[in-house]
Ligand binder design. Structure first.
Ligand SMILES: Nc1ncnc2c1ncn2[C@@H]1O[C@H](COP(=O)(O)OP(=O)(O)OP(=O)(O)O)[C@@H](O)[C@H]1O
Ligand SMILES: *[C@@H]1O[C@H](CO)[C@@H](O)[C@H](O)[C@H]1NC(C)=O
Ligand SMILES: *[C@@H]1O[C@H](CO)[C@@H](O)[C@H](O)[C@H]1NC(C)=O
Ligand SMILES: *[C@@H]1O[C@H](CO)[C@@H](O)[C@H](O)[C@H]1NC(C)=O
Ligand SMILES: *[C@@H]1O[C@H](CO)[C@@H](O)[C@H](O)[C@H]1NC(C)=O
Ligand SMILES: *[C@@H]1O[C@H](CO)[C@@H](O)[C@H](O)[C@H]1NC(C)=O
Ligand SMILES: *[C@@H]1O[C@H](CO)[C@@H](O)[C@H](O)[C@H]1NC(C)=O
Ligand SMILES: *[C@@H]1O[C@H](CO)[C@@H](O)[C@H](O)[C@H]1NC(C)=O
Ligand SMILES: [Mg+2]
Length: 687
């Protein structure tokens, strides 16, 4: 540059005509201006009129100073590099030069088709400006298929990628990535910025057509490269989008060119750079947004005069129809059934709209599981941020609904630390939604049987049993009415954040007044947990709950399902198997092998024997839940029992009951109120 300057002075000296003299003076002044403002190590362009750039491919500078790297022609590329190579990795006066740099630029990507753009822009630091062998699309106009991962490339690029290339393991089609010698990013993130005001990440769409600003900062001492992006009107966010640990001295050569490379593929966008500031000796100056060139107006189809008149009219009509339709669809979407008598249950009623929003529209992603009555979804109430579980139960009979909702409302008043709180309900046509407290650890069966969750140790299991027993005692004896659970089993015991057992699912529970005889209604419950007399008569009592609790105790101690005993014999039920172990003199053989013998023998024996006693075929032999708790707490000791005292009836009665159940209900694994009348008649006949 200095030589150029002197040769210019020489020319000036030799100038003869006045005209030429004037011209050269101006040129000379211009040169001085450039060498001061843009001494090679730093420059700022608020628009690119007269910029010292080397362009190739289809890149061009518009008269207003806008730099256009590509247009929407497919499979093209465009480059714009600062003409003068910068000294990056050299020794000067015995010291390694400082590789720190700071740059920011404003860009815009206007896709040819809405939402379909390609391929992107890359800020590039390269040892050469000769990209004649580079390819377009995913190679960004920098690399080619034969050399795209060679360390000899000595290229660092920050890509703004609007296409998802599987071969380079792109995360999406809207990301910012750091590329070293290869279009396969060493680090990438979906385009977003951290809003200091809202204190959260806000996503950006690269091909929105709106100008955005990108900042790239490399610090020699920290050896980190930070990349930050934001819409053009937002000042630089405090947190970078990418903060990549990288030692540029291992990659870059002595002299490097800096600039932009851009490519299009099967899909194409207009890629623009509006302004660029670069500095190797400090923080790059901010661009003056108001001075930046404007983008060309977005192309619109020419409209005839008629169209100008008709269009707004048609638009208005369409708008009215759309609003009307969406209102109709909305009201249909959130439709629910609300009857006069329900007003008294006000606090327990949820609007369908709220539940719909809480569960993100009952998305499959929020599905927690499905049971005999329907699906359960996770949700979050918008006003309180409370996490909930919503169970969708289908029902088709209007009959009994009133009674059922009355029960729910009173169940909602039950409070116990080992119960899953029922928060309320919502009714739609053909459907009832029950809202429960969300239990982060899910149901106990997953811990016991599926091997998907970690194993629970004996201490945790024993505490769960005690908790569930105290909940059942509360339901049976401690509340104002007797509440029968009717479906005690491992999948209805949920674990809270501290792995406390909580009894859930009162969907099936029915209430009985203290003292009065239980009505004989329907057989409800799950195969394997049904007391023999319940299968025969359909009468649920506290004793039938105790029976199910006994089976549940055996499940927890043995880590096995009540009916499907894998690894033992076919067709044997858990109850009989434990009994056999006891008869063989080794009841502890029945304990869960996953415990590896790590339990208190006394407690394990108690749980196994008490489980058998609770599941005694004769209801009058079963203890009450109060007694069960006394045994657990050591306030009472279990009488010496002989296994034979429990087995008298098992082979006949419980097996008979089981066979009965299997004959009509096995494929469902469950009885429900829906299949009622036929069940009852079958039961009556066989008796
Ligand atoms: N309150 C809750 N919090 C977290 N997860 C839950 C909650 N309620 C249910 N779940 C999950 O949803 C699954 C399905 O529950 P659901 O009660 O419908 O089926 P089930 O218990 O297997 O059978 P049943 O219909 O006899 O109750 C459960 O296994 C559990 O993992
Ligand atoms: C893109 O630019 C090239 C070179 O300037 C030109 O030949 C081509 O017609 C342009 N394409 C579009 C779609 O404008
Ligand atoms: C670019 O490099 C290729 C060889 O890789 C060479 O043939 C070509 O002449 C070079 N172009 C320029 C402008 O230097
Ligand atoms: C890889 O190809 C590009 C494009 O032709 C070229 O600029 C670069 O120098 C090549 N790198 C090596 C290491 O050959
Ligand atoms: C915001 O995004 C960054 C980068 O992707 C991520 O590391 C960070 O955890 C996100 N912060 C929040 C609050 O979501
Ligand atoms: C990069 O970002 C991190 C985290 O915000 C910050 O601590 C660090 O100083 C930044 N480095 C540079 C070179 O900007
Ligand atoms: C490198 O240069 C930057 C300015 O670009 C300066 O802030 C930093 O202190 C320098 N670091 C070293 C190690 O000299
Ligand atoms: C480069 O950094 C130096 C030191 O902070 C500053 O004085 C100068 O204005 C900056 N130049 C540009 C073009 O950003
Ligand atoms: Mg359940």
């Amino acid at each position: 540059m200095l030589i150029n300057f002197f040769s210019l002075l020489l020319k000036l000296h030799m100038a003869t005509s006045l005209k030429e003299f004037h011209f050269l003076i101006i040129l000379c002044l211009l040169f001085i201006h450039f060498s001061l403002a843009q001494d090679g190590n730093q420059f700022i362009y608020n628009g690119f009129q007269g910029a010292n750039l080397h362009l190739d491919g289809i890149a061009k500078i518009h008269p207003n100073g806008l730099l256009q790297l590509t247009n929407t022609s497919k499979q093209q590329m465009g480059h714009a590099f600062y003409r003068i190579p910068l000294s990056f990795n050299t020794y000067s006066s015995g010291l390694m030069t400082n590789l720190s740099f700071s740059t920011n630029f404003v860009f815009a990507m206007v896709p040819e088709l809405p939402n379909l753009g390609g391929h992107g822009i890359a800020f590039t630091i390269s040892p050469t400006m000769n990209f004649s062998h580079a390819l377009q699309s995913q190679f960004f106009g920098i690399f080619n298929p034969s050399n795209w991962s060679l360390p000899a490339n000595h290229v660092v690029a920050i890509e703004l990628d609007t296409s998802m290339s599987i071969e380079f393991e792109d995360i999406d089609k809207n990301h910012v990535g750091v590329d070293v010698n290869s279009p396969k990013s060493i680090e990438a993130a979906p385009t977003s910025y951290f809003s200091d005001k809202e204190r959260k990440n806000i996503s950006l769409e690269l091909i929105s057509g709106n100008p955005m600003q990108l900042w790239i900062d490399y610090d020699e001492a920290e050896k980190t490269l930070n990349v930050t992006i934001a819409p053009v009107k937002i000042p630089k966010p405090n947190r970078p989008l990418l903060s990549t640990a990288i030692d540029l001295s291992q990659i870059l050569l002595e002299y490097m060119y800096v600039g932009f490379s851009s490519s299009t593929g099967t899909f194409a966008s207009d890629h623009y750079i509006l302004g660029w500031s670069f500095n190797k000796s400090g923080q790059a100056q901010s661009l003056e947004i108001s001075k930046l060139p404007s983008l060309p107006p977005q192309k619109r189809k020419k409209k005839s005069f008629k169209m100008i008149l008709i269009l707004p009219l048609a638009a208005a009509v369409v708008l009215i129809i759309v609003i009307g339709a969406s209102y109709f669809i909305r009201s249909k979407k959130y439709e629910e059934v609300l009857e006069e008598w329900e007003t008294e249950y006000g606090p327990h009623r949820f609007s369908y709209k709220n539940l719909y929003r809480a569960t993100n529209g009952f998305k499959e992603r929020e599905l927690l599981g499905r049971g005999g009555f329907g699906k359960v979804y996770r949700g979050k109430l918008h006003n309180s941020n409370q996490q909930i579980a919503v169970k969708r139960v289908s029902h088709d009979s209007k009959q009994g609904m009133k009674e059922f909702v009355a029960e729910i409302a009173s169940i909602g008043r039950l409070r116990h630390r080992n119960l899953v709180q029922l928060l309320g309900y919502c009714r739609r046509r053909g459907e009832l939604l029950l809202v429960y407290d969300y239990m982060p650890n899910g149901s106990l069966d997953k811990f016991l049987f599926n091997n998907v969750k970690p194993n629970l140790n004996w201490f945790q299991r024993f505490r769960i049993l005690k908790g569930v027993a105290s909940a059942l005692l509360y339901l049976h004896e401690e509340w104002e009415q007797v509440v029968l659970h009717r479906d005690v089993k491992a999948s209805n015991v949920l674990l809270d954040a501290d792995l406390n057992g909580r009894l859930g699912d009162f969907g099936l529970a029915r209430l009985y007044d203290h003292g009065s005889n239980p009505q004989t209604t329907h057989v409800v419950g799950t195969l394997g947990y049904l007391a023999p007399e319940l299968a025969r008569t359909g009468k649920a009592t506290t004793s039938t709950d105790v029976f199910a609790f006994g089976i549940f105790m055996l499940e927890v101690a043995c880590g096995r399902r009540p009916t499907n005993l894998q690894g033992v014999r076919e067709g044997v039920i858990l109850l009989d198997w434990v009994l056999e172990c006891w008869k063989g003199g080794a009841i502890l053989d029945a304990s869960d092998p996953k415990l590896e013998g790590n339990y208190l023998t006394k407690e394990m024996e108690l749980v196994l024997k008490l489980g058998l006693l609770c599941s005694h075929p004769l209801p009058e032999m079963r203890p009450s839940m109060r007694q069960v708790l006394q045994y657990f707490d050591g306030d009472a000791t279990l009488q010496e029992m002989q296994p034979d005292s429990l087995s008298i009836n098992t082979s006949t009665e419980s097996n008979e009951a089981l066979q009965l159940v299997m004959s009509f209900g096995y494929s469902f694994g469950k009885y429900s109120a829906h299949s009622l009348s036929s069940n009852e008649s079958i039961l009556d006949k066989t008796r």
